[in-house]
Design a protein. Sequence first.
Length: 644
Amino acid sequence: MTPKKQVSPAIRILRGERDASARATHLEAATRKFLVTTNERKYMSTTTNFKRIALVAAAALGMGVISSVPSQAVVSIGSLTITSSNGTASKAKADSTTAGSVTVKWTSITAVDSIALSSVLKSKPGTDAPGLIFQAKDTLTAAVETLLNPAEPAGSNIATGAATTTDYQYSYRDTATTTSAVGFNSATFRVQLDSRTASRTAGTYVYTVTAIPYTYVSAIGVAPTNGSGTAGNNTADFSKAVSVDVSITIAASTRESVVTSAANSSAWIAATSAAATAATGDSAINVPAAVSATNAARAFIDVNLLNAAGAGADESVTVTTNIGQVGTSTIRGKSVVLATASGVIEVLVYSDGTAGTATITVTTPTITFPSKKVTFYAAAPSTIVASVLNSAPGVGSNSLAIAAVAKDSNGNAYSGDLYVSSDALTVISDTAAACSYNATNSRHECSVTGVIAGSANITVRDKASGATIVSSNAVPLTVTTSSPATVKLAFDKATYAPGEKATLLISVLDSAGKSVKAQEFANLFATGGITLSTAAGNGSETVTAVSATTISLASYALGSLTTPVKAYTLYMPNTGGTFKATATGGTSLALAGQVEVSASATVTDNAAAALAAVTALATTVASLRTLITTLTNLVLKIQKKVRA
């Protein structure tokens, strides 16, 4: 037995490190050997697999020569997504600068797969809508964008926007396709409206765009065709189709705005439809309260709604009234809402038997027009007041001579039928002669026919005959038969300020100094007409004519003068003094009247008036100074007495 030897600690440590080192070396060698062996086995396995696949392919080809059986589809497109951005357009412009867009993204393991896009209309603002056009925009990868059907293909029937059986891609309008690159793909297409099939209406068009993947499936003996969609090469995988909505909004032009402009719009009332159409302001309407036998409208309101561009704006129109009815021939009532056509509507006003003053309001959602007034008068007047318009009607003339103002029990103007009658038919022959209503002057106007020289009393009545006649006061008229003898000139005032408006009146008188009936006098003055001592101011009428036609100013509501005259408007000079008009009678007068006549007026002198005012002021100041001196002296006397 060999005795154990003692080993020093240092040797044990050294021996342990050597053993550890040996173990590590052995472990590394074993590991390398294992990995190499494993990889070699994998390589052999892969090689074996390829060989097996090659054998299978060769067998398949051999069998294909005999049977030509195609292989099954292999899905190679993945992660298909579609996004969109909306576009805008106008009725005048719908191109790539206003287009929206759709972007499709996907992955593919082959370069012969493709994505097809098609669109269908989802909603539209009007009755018709254009199709959607796709236009290649850009790609982020090597994918190739292609417009599949950029024009109208034969047999597609897309001119009416209808689908066909030729190809699902003709579902509404042009479609597009994009061919894959291997790996990640991204393609963007612009989408814009096509005006070839429909007009563009303002509003928002919404289309649903669908992306359908076409995966390449080989057919034995057939070469790939880059995703052209030919049967037998690409097969649609509808299970992976994705869709997105894209909208194109067409803004209304300023001329298409339906918002009315108060500055451009109008609503005018008149007694007839034609007058309302041509009106530029409201007419005074005075009509019977009784419903007409034919149920006809009593007045017409023409409403014209225009936008800021001056084009028709179709807002609704609300019309209300407190008396009578408003509306159309088919829709009427106290309050109605009416539709306009190109911004225009004619509102009819009807009586319903109620007398009084109707207040009619016409409004739209944006405008309230000034209220319209319609007076519905009662069946008979309560009062009739007659007055003279022409005090010299003359023999044989049908002269406007009488004015009559009739009112009903409500105090409203009565514009129904009135008749004039004479109490001396041998002088004035009228009996139950009809008067006419002048809405502008708010009165009836009645003409009379003189028979011989003399006087007659004229009354105005509401009936030609009957027991319940309402009659006016009697007014006297004098019929003259004398011939013109003299002419008279007169100013309407004796004194005028510088530049003031004046009226020069020309009267034709008989030998007794009475007015001759209104008529035309061809040679009332001698050559040169009327001469003025000083030139009249700007705006004055020319007074050099030798002829003149006289009228009753009251008959024409030009003044209150009832005798026939010719009136000239003149403006006084700017300098003070006497202003004189002179003329010589012409051959229309008797020989004795063919003499010089004149009329004068005073024009105040501004300078003289100013001087007179200054002089008066100076006198007043002197008087005040004297008074102040007197008061001062009085105060001094009082102070002296107080001190004493």
